[in-house]
Design a protein around this ligand. Structure first.
Ligand SMILES: Cc1cc2nc3c(=O)[nH]c(=O)nc-3n(C[C@H](O)[C@H](O)[C@H](O)COP(=O)(O)O)c2cc1C
Length: 314
């Protein structure tokens, strides 16, 4: 069973959870990974960039490919194509993305405004798919007008095999704290596994969420920024084992190999640009980090970024 017994999942994050980042999280204790969100419109139009987002290495399994969009027919076509061509372990529906670009085209969290349309989409995906379908929800469009229980029940009735809940409304964006009590409410309302998500920044948070909500698995997003060790920390804490945080040498080694792996996969130009944020996350908390960060954002090559990392940790 994919999502039972405290499964640890690396959250889908557009622009972050590419195959390189996902592999690193997997090596550091994530049980399951999920692709960045992929547009069903892009799939139906056959856009190359869209197809690139769905590639993964077998070491990342079990992996889900996440789809977003608004049209049930496109979801059906995309689900069938993705299952057949990419053969992930599951296909996830994005019913939570709050960003204007997505919601103004009625995708992501917009789906939470129309239960009937959501039902049509989940049903279309399950019918078109030879592999499990999961759903990732926010708790509603407006704060305190929660629809998560109704949507989770509907997903279950349509045949989804798990739901993930990020208990914020669309209008909250990423502000405040996620409302973990909603995860407990949803867990009480469905029989399929419920994965809790939102504001897990260390092992203690993870244990608190498990105890407070009774959820079956945990999904970690921003807490893994520059800290993929969070997955092994969580595993240690929830199993009652001691956890030793990474040394400076381990951080140095991982940051350098992340830069190198990214450059090898995507080339120098893209690596020099995209690795800046990762490098600045790896050095978070180090004395003088803000001055280093200025240098990182002025850097023009991966050699320069690697040099900065060596300077920081030496
Ligand atoms: C930069 C960024 C990109 C994200 N992209 C996606 C996405 O593609 N699909 C999705 O379902 N959620 C996406 N999310 C939401 C995360 O998966 C997660 O639900 C949210 O960050 C809360 O978890 P956290 O507090 O552990 O970060 C994204 C979040 C961030 C910060």
């Amino acid at each position: 069973m994919l999502f039972k017994n405290n499964t640890l999942i690396c959250a889908p994050m557009a622009g972050i959870t590419d195959p390189v980042f996902r592999s690193i999280c997997k090596e550091h204790g994530a049980d399951v990974t999920v692709s960045e969100m992929v547009s069903v419109d892009g799939i139906v139009y056959g856009a190359d960039a869209t197809f690139d987002l769905m590639r993964f290495e077998s070491t990342e399994r079990p992996i889900g490919i996440q789809l977003f969009g608004a049209d049930p027919q496109r979801f059906a076509e995309s689900t069938a194509l993705v299952a057949q061509r990419f053969k992930p372990d599951f296909i996830d529906l994005n019913a939570g993305c709050p960003v204007p670009k997505v919601v103004k085209r009625n995708g992501g969290a917009s789906l939470l405004k129309d239960l009937k349309q959501f039902e049509r989409i989940v049903y279309a995906m399950v019918n078109a798919s030879s592999i499990p379908v999961t759903v990732k929800l926010r708790s509603g469009w407006y704060k305190d007008q929660w629809v998560d229980v109704d949507f989770a029940r509907c997903a279950q009735e349509c045949g989804a095999c798990a739901v993930t809940l990020h208990p914020r409304s669309q209008t909250m964006g990423f502000s405040g704290h996620s409302c973990w009590e909603r995860i407990g409410e949803v867990k009480q309302s469905v029989a399929i596994p419920v994965i809790g998500n939102g504001d897990i920044l260390n092992g203690k948070d993870a244990l608190a969420m498990l105890r407070q909500t009774g959820c079956d698995g945990l999904m970690v997003g921003r807490g893994a920024y520059g800290n993929p060790w969070i997955f092994s920390e969580i595993r240690a804490v929830i199993s009652g084992r001691p956890y030793t945080p990474p040394s400076s040498q381990e951080k140095l080694r991982l940051a350098l190999s992340h830069i190198e792996h990214y450059r090898y996969t995507y080339g120098e130009y893209r690596a020099a640009r995209e690795m800046k944020k990762h490098v600045s996350w790896y050095i978070k908390g180090i004395p003088g980090a803000s001055q280093w960060r200025d240098r990182i954002f002025r850097a023009v090559s991966t050699d320069e970024l690697s040099g900065i990392v060596r300077g920081v940790f030496s």
